[in-house]
Design a protein around this ligand. Sequence first.
Ligand SMILES: Nc1ncnc2c1ncn2[C@@H]1O[C@H](COP(=O)(O)OP(=O)(O)O)[C@@H](O)[C@H]1O
Ligand SMILES: [Mg+2]
Length: 340
Amino acid sequence: MAVLAGGRSSEHEISLASARSVLAALDPSRYEVIEIAIAREGRWELGQRESRELVSGSEPQSSIESLPVVAEAASPAQALGSVDVVLPILHGPFGEDGTVQGLLELAGVPYVGAGVAASALCMDKDLFKAVLRDRGIPVARNATLRLGDEISNPFGYPVFVKPARLGSSVGISKAHDEAELEAAVALARRHDEKVLVEEFVAGTEVECGVLGNVRPAPIASVVGEIVPHAEWYDYEAKYAEGGSDIIVPARIPVATAARVQELAVDAFVATECEGMARVDFFVREDGEVVVNELNTIPGFTATSVYARLFEASGIPYASLLDRLIELALERHERRSGLEY
Ligand SMILES: Nc1ncnc2c1ncn2[C@@H]1O[C@H](COP(=O)(O)OP(=O)(O)O)[C@@H](O)[C@H]1O
Ligand SMILES: [Mg+2]
């Protein structure tokens, strides 16, 4: 199998940390693993010594200049074509957004996680909410600013301003007045042509893991609560030592937790996700549950929220990886019977 890590997005480092954790947990007697690291500028590199067997005659650190769409000799594309399953541990654009998934579809190799359409849909906070609204799943209200649109805010203050397709809170601001709104939109527009202005939702942030395909049916994990030691869950709060606490299970009523789990699976099914997802929510002060976003490749270290939630649900990290690999193989096998 191959673990794909790094990538071109600002979440490069987080992806590498997740991949290190995955590599350490995969049972060496069960899996022969090659690591493919994608550099920040897009260069693909084979990392492990086993790669020498796959790309005979090449240096172990063989690399190419661009995406390996053309099956060059001695390129990672050959390595991709000769593995049983790929585990893309990539966050954000060019990894979690359907692009790499498309490449893996073209290569005809089984891979872990959401397919092309679900990945692209869930990466785009605007399209994602549109689909959820259509299915009657509650989400926060938003206005969408497209290229060339004037800045407008129908919600009053504060509001959240976000690039449509990014993650890790990069490019997101909480704007408290008109001047801050202008700066917030300018910042978000550095990261994406499409920007969301979103009503502020006061309440508790909770997260729920989902695991499964259509069959076996997706299951929801125990619900966890995020307590950022900041005004909101920004980049620092997410990744700095002591920036936030994760409380498992969340300190919410049992019925509310059940509602979160139900909506997590509903969102997973509505967006046609497969394999895994972490669905993030707000619980309003009156108890109403609102979906914030769905991550198709959540942070994946052994201490990341997704792994902790399943650990608390009786599925330890190494078993979680085994199950995800089985789900990838199940999908590939099932779909191999389709006629095109
Ligand atoms: N509408 C909102 N109301 C209140 N807080 C929000 C809202 N949107 C985002 N936030 C805060 O910003 C954080 C990051 O926003 P999110 O949409 O999850 O983007 P990312 O994909 O970068 O994680 C959330 O975890 C939350 O703390
Ligand atoms: Mg988030």
